[in-house]
Design a protein around this ligand. Structure first.
Ligand SMILES: [Zn+2]
Length: 342
């Protein structure tokens, strides 16, 4: 536990269908998630003549009901003017299509995140299975794990409504005026392709999405859609970029509690990955597959779905070491990659 990180609201939690004001005109709400990580934080910003919603929650009847409670309760009396979504993961973009359909809301999102959400929602098992099989086979996965791929490829589409066919693109550095305040879009990368954070200097707050979380390390993974990527380099570069922000900022993350101690948290995250990179490198003394590295890095028992996240994270560390010239990656005749120290 880093004692430079503090949680000014740790004794409070928004009740279902209610919010807590965390800064003037900035409201915090929580929605349930059907995972071990059982909640997501969402935000509503008072613009004076209407509301902006930031992130939606996953597509579940219970989440839609809670939104309806809010729309009929605390948010009644003023229109919702826009929806901003930080990134394409289902707990963030899940109800963008529902909001468009029910409230006519325009979606504000980066092009990269919107494109991923549309692509994954509209992808079919038939079209993607060959590609996914090839990708996971190359990691050294056995037949048992490969047999889960069709079921896994249904999980993302089942958790989101169809994202709107068009959107209002937001870009790095852009300033969005909401009520009296300017909010600057800051793009982070590594966790997702073009993740939008929103920084308000005058309120000294930042909505950080999943880019910066207080206690868990954001998932940094290689995904089949970009099999040769090095997202860890992108993530570590993003950490440096966010260091330019004031340290006394109140950070509003998508999971856990709002917190103070941005710079300490950025240092923690960089340190965590440094340690993980060393562990990864040490596992490659003799040529090994990514799946063998996974088993060395994740010693606790993983269920079959967790294995898919873990292979993505293992690959992210392997690819970063390869990009730094510390490992080499060679493909065998059977299509499986081996990693070894240089
Ligand atoms: Zn995410």
């Amino acid at each position: 536990m880093n004692n430079l990180i503090s949680y000014p609201l740790k004794d409070q939690l928004p009740e279902p269908g209610k919010t807590i004001e965390v800064a003037p005109g900035v409201f915090w709400l929580r929605m349930p998630l059907p995972f071990k990580l059982d909640h997501i934080n969402l935000w509503v910003i008072d613009e004076g003549d209407g509301w902006t919603i930031v992130d939606t929650g996953i597509n579940l009847p219970e989440v839609r009901e809670r939104w309806q409670m809010l729309l009929d309760g605390q948010l009644a009396g003023k229109p919702v003017k826009r929806l901003i979504v930080t990134h394409f993961h289902p707990d963030h973009v899940g109800l963008a299509g529902w909001f468009e359909e029910t409230l006519g809301l325009q979606l504000w999102m980066t092009l990269g995140e919107w494109g991923m959400a549309r692509n994954l929602k509209l992808e079919t098992k038939e079209r993607s299975s060959g590609y996914l099989n090839k990708f996971y086979h190359a990691t050294g996965f056995d037949e048992d794990l490969l047999s889960i791929i069709p079921e896994r490829s249904e999980s993302y589409p089942s958790r989101i409504t169809v994202p709107p066919a068009g959107m209002r693109r937001i870009q790095d550095g852009e300033v969005i005026k909401m009520g009296q305040h300017d909010w600057k879009v800051m793009i982070g990368t590594g966790h997702s392709p073009e993740h939008a954070c929103l920084y308000c200097e005058s309120l000294n707050v930042m909505i950080s999405g999943d880019q910066i979380l207080p206690r868990i390390s954001p998932n940094i993974s290689i995904w089949p859609q970009e099999p040769t990527a090095d997202p860890l380099s992108q993530f570590l570069d993003s950490l440096i970029k966010f260091k330019d922000l004031p340290d006394d900022l109140l950070v509003l993350p998508s999971h856990d509690y709002p917190f103070h101690g941005l710079h300490a948290r950025l240092d923690d995250l960089a340190h965590h990955h440094d340690e993980r990179l060393e562990e990864t490198w040490n596992l490659c003394e003799t040529p090994v597959t990514a799946y063998q590295v996974l088993k060395g890095l994740f010693t606790r028992k993983l269920d079959s779905h967790q294995v898919f996240f873990a292979i993505g994270e293992s690959l992210a560390h392997l690819h970063h070491l390869e990009a730094k010239g510390r490992l080499k990656r060679t493909q065998q005749d059977n299509g499986v990659y081996l990693f070894s120290q240089l």
